[in-house]
Design a binder for this molecule. Structure first.
Ligand SMILES: Nc1ncnc2c1ncn2[C@@H]1O[C@H](COP(=O)(O)OP(=O)(O)O)[C@@H](O)[C@H]1O
Ligand SMILES: [Mg+2]
Length: 312
């Protein structure tokens, strides 16, 4: 459903994200986890066709965002980091307005607004001024806005930031209810946030993907043996298999432009052996490095406490 390939965005001389690649299957709910400044919002703005990438491609339901931004926007609902709030509008009026912007036909606007109000449990405040709503309710208005045009894909940028614990639980339930019908990517710098809602996690730090997998996989990467990554110019199934069968290698996972090599806990020093095999197999080694430290560093930087004070 979503295919991101070698995405890079530079602001002036600095790369906010660098060579990011990942895929998300239909109906999945995936967490984009990383500390502040990691590049989460930048990636999401590109995925939603709000901002062009410097290089790389993003396909959503087969459409490339830069080539077909309108087709992409039809299929994507976006809750930005700072949702536009029209404080002086009534909830239902704002949603009708948003429905028209999303291209919902005028004779279907009313039904669309009723449907999303029910979906995010906002029916009882439909006639209230947005400015008088709590932060949790405003966030639900933002979610309602994102699903008005029944998009296949939902991109939610830090959907629970600034909410109190009760509101966090409510919004999570709303998001879980949306998964299945929608493919969802949500970002967070708070570890329990993604463990609570997501099936799979992509960990990003300083503009690069440092790991991806289920929470169990990430935690085994953290707690088990070393993890190395190898980037190669000419990947081949045969080459991957040869590395996989080196004694001491626990598992090799293909992450597109690089392979993650997990060691057995008692593997000993076999880095030279891995590089030898890669050279023998003519893989064209571009980079070989230890990944575990960077994963550990990211987790240390993440907020592990859910109280609102902790992420103020
Ligand atoms: N408009 C911008 N101009 C210059 N630098 C930016 C801009 N937006 C973001 N950045 C930088 O890009 C990096 C990634 O930012 P961002 O994508 O917002 O990260 P996150 O959402 O993970 O906190 C940060 O170093 C940030 O300072
Ligand atoms: Mg952000």
């Amino acid at each position: 459903m979503i295919r991101v390939s070698n995405l890079t965005k530079t602001y002036g001389p600095r790369a906010a994200i660098q060579d990011i690649s990942f895929e998300v299957g239909k109906g999945q709910i995936v967490g984009f986890l990383g500390p502040n400044g990691a590049g989460k919002s930048t990636t999401m703005k590109i995925l939603t066709a709000f901002m062009p990438a410097t290089s790389g491609t993003v396909h959503i339901a087969g459409f490339e965002v830069f080539e077909n931004p309108l087709e992409v926007k039809k299929r994507v609902g976006y809750l930005p980091e700072n949702p536009p709030v029209y404080l002086d509008m009534l909830v239902a009026d704002y949603l009708s307005f948003a429905a028209k912007i999303h291209g919902v036909e005028s004779n279907k606007v009313r039904a669309a607004v009723d449907r999303v109000l029910e979906k995010v449990a906002l029916g009882d405040v439909r006639g209230r001024l947005i400015g008088n709503l709590s932060k949790g309710y405003r966030q639900r208005v933002g979610l309602a806005q994102a699903i008005l045009h029944e998009p296949e894909v939902l991109i939610l940028d830090e959907p629970t930031v600034g909410l109190d614990p009760k509101q966090i639980i409510e919004i999570r339930n709303v998001i879980r209810g949306l998964a299945g019908q929608h493919t969802v990517i949500l970002s967070s710098h708070i570890l329990p946030e993604v463990t609570a809602t997501c099936q799979r996690v992509i960990v990003i730090n300083r503009g690069k993907i440092v790991d991806q997998g289920t929470i169990e996989e990430l935690s085994s990467h953290l707690h088990k043996g070393l993890v190395y990554s190898i980037s190669v110019k000419k990947p081949s199934p045969d080459g991957l298999k040869s590395i996989q069968t080196i004694p001491g290698v626990h598992r090799v996972t293909d992450q597109g432009s690089k392979w993650m090599i997990e060691m057995d806990p008692n593997a000993g020093e076999i880095r030279d052996r891995i590089v030898d095999v890669a050279v023998q197999k003519g893989l064209g080694v571009l980079e070989f490095r230890s990944e575990k430290m960077s994963l550990e560093e990211v987790f240390l930087e993440l907020t592990t406490n859910e109280s609102p004070e902790a992420h103020a």
